[in-house]
Design a binder for this molecule. Sequence first.
Ligand SMILES: Cc1ncc(COP(=O)(O)O)c(C=O)c1O
Length: 369
Amino acid sequence: MLPFTRPTLTEQDEQAVLEVMRSGWITTGPKVLAFEQALADYLGGDVTVRAFNSATSALEAVLLATGIGPGDEVIVPAMSFTATANVVVRAGARPVFVDVDLDSRNTDADYVEAALTPRTRAVIPVHFAGLSVDMAPLRDLAEHHRLLLLEDAAQAIGTRHAGRHTGSSGNPTCFSFHPNKNITTIEGGAVATDDAALIRRLERIRFHGIERNTDGDMNVPLWGGKMNLPDMHAALGLSQLARLDAFNRKRRKLAERYLEQLPVHDALHPPEGGPGHSWHMFCVRVDYGALGTTRAAFQQALADRDIGSGVHYPAMHLFGLYRSHGYAPGDFPHAEAIGEQTLTLPLFPGMAVEDVDKVCVALEEVLND
Ligand SMILES: Cc1ncc(COP(=O)(O)O)c(C=O)c1O
């Protein structure tokens, strides 16, 4: 069975983790500092990076550190993993959903502008599946309305846009290192920003609110949680980061093969590509209704041919939590169409180009069944 994703773990990764395990210091320490510096060097620009135990906690920490809370509205795309909106609820603010493009799955400045109100404090663009949002118009809009622009790059480590890495611009940008992502720390995340004051607040929120004076005394000036990344995870991250560009080159090669070899069929819609895409996922849309089938049956037919697949994602505003905020079917037609039709095909660096051909042959059979 070819799964839709699989982490690429080697003996080098095992050794890195084992070394920390045997060192006598396994939680946050020198490996985290080294991982943060290596990420900042990788991203380029003039950013500082702080590691977290997930992208969810990193996003949450930025919202808390920038004072977003009750009475505030935060604009988020209706097509993303649910964490993007959940963190807004956790901060006590109101998520305001906007629609996305059918092919890129990304939102844009026009959708965001139409959703602005006097209560809007922030926008969280999501670089879906590793394809960057068109950032320049959004940056202008955010500057004009004095909004926090918090980039959810959970799926976009290694993505490039306008000649630079996503996360290098200075806007707070959050990454995920969950096992499905382009590099993994098992669970983990990070924030990159050029805002030194924000970095100091993030450090406290990340670890119990603790601040240490130069004489070593400890104070807790504000609330903080427990969001730190252990050294064992950071060691794995360092080992993986050294291979990130190679992983992403392989992902690109596989994605390009898909774009060449996908069967041509009225019911099958390939995703948008692009030169800076890091191809975290390869998500097609299938018009199951036109084929007289359901997604579950279509996935089963692929599974019968030893091809795994995934669903990323149902439209967020239709989850119970967000229906209780007043959202309903019909609000965001593109996000809903993607939610109903999306199908994630296998894509991970351990795959061979021949595996892509196998998937395409199976798709052709199932589409024409
Ligand atoms: C767009 C997006 N945001 C946030 C997250 C949360 O990441 P984590 O699992 O590291 O908390 C994910 C994870 O899949 C994601 O895809």
